[in-house]
Design a protein around this ligand. Structure first.
Ligand code: NAI
Length: 253
């Protein structure tokens, strides 16, 4: 019997590539995005909490793979950044808990920019403990770039808690953190992060990531082959951070 995977953000970029790869690997892939279209089986605005509840009700059981890929960049409104990037994975996972199979795998696409978030673990935990309106209020007026970094740092921290909480059901939970990837979001990142920084990453690695590069790691994390990978973040940046650290060390020497 085919195993079922739910992929959010399946209309475009990394989510669309993951949807295709999982189908080729004989998963029953269910794509979710804002509007129906190629790669999208169910429409849902993930910024809307009640729509997430309706989506969860309409999904079949058991679910063996849950991939939170949908995301918005730092050029979006702060409320959208926190709603889609952080609150949606948290809420959809919570709603789907009864439908997740024993031994299921959950992944969320984070970002290497989470490393730039200045908040320490206790502050992230405090934010994660807030009710939705309070979490959104806590980010009101924040610069978009910082809100994006924080939204992903919060997801990374949520994974640690969720992997621990679901370990009795042998459900694994991980994030993967891409560097720049050739998707429609890249132009927004050039605006919010700066064209020079994105170009510098390309110079160090020779090219940007392709959606398929990231999807391949996501598909691995969803598979039983990754059965001993749990509660962690996998960096998928073509070596960018290693190369940059080495260059910085050489400058200081
Ligand atoms: P993309 O723009 O190609 O795909 C994002 C998808 O999310 C789109 O199909 C969009 O419709 C969907 N989405 C956005 N808001 C939604 C909402 N409210 N409800 C339902 N669906 C919604 O972008 P990409 O690059 O494939 O992004 C996927 C993930 O990768 C995001 O979480 C992003 O933050 C992350 N990422 C991307 C990087 C890049 O350089 N492209 C780098 C690091 C992380």
């Amino acid at each position: 019997m085919n195993r079922t995977a739910v992929i959010t953000g399946s209309a475009s970029g990394i989510g669309a590539a993951l949807y295709e790869q999982l189908r080729r690997q004989h998963w029953h892939a269910i794509g979710v995005d804002r509007k129906r279209g190629p790669g999208v089986d169910l429409a849902c605005d993930l910024a809307d909490e009640s729509a997430i509840g309706d989506l969860a009700e309409s999904l079949p059981a058991p679910i063996h793979g849950l991939a939170h890929v949908a995301g918005v960049p730092g050029t979006a409104k702060t409320s959208a950044i926190l709603s889609v990037n952080t609150l949606a994975p948290v809420a959809l996972t919570k709603c789907l808990l009864p439908k997740l199979a024993e031994g299921a795998s959950i992944i969320a696409v984070s970002s290497v920019t989470a490393l730039r978030c200045a908040l320490a673990v206790p502050a992230l935990d405090k934010l994660l403990s807030l009710a939705r309106p309070n979490l959104l209020a806590a980010h009101e007026g924040m610069d978009g770039k910082a809100a994006y970094e924080q939204s992903k740092a919060l997801v990374n921290r949520w994974v640690v808690h969720t992997a621990t909480a679901l370990s009795k059901r042998h459900i694994r939970v991980n994030t993967l953190s891409p560097g720049p990837v050739e998707t429609p979001l890249l132009a927004d990142f050039e605006k919010s992060i700066g064209e020079d920084r994105i170009a510098a990453a390309k110079e160090l690695t020779g090219r940007h990531g392709e959606p398929e590069d990231i999807a391949a790691v996501a598909a691995f994390l969803l598979s039983d082959a990754a059965g001993w990978v749990n509660g962690t973040d996998i960096r998928v940046d073509g070596g960018y951070h290693a190369f940059r650290a080495a260059a910085e060390a050489a400058t200081c020497a």
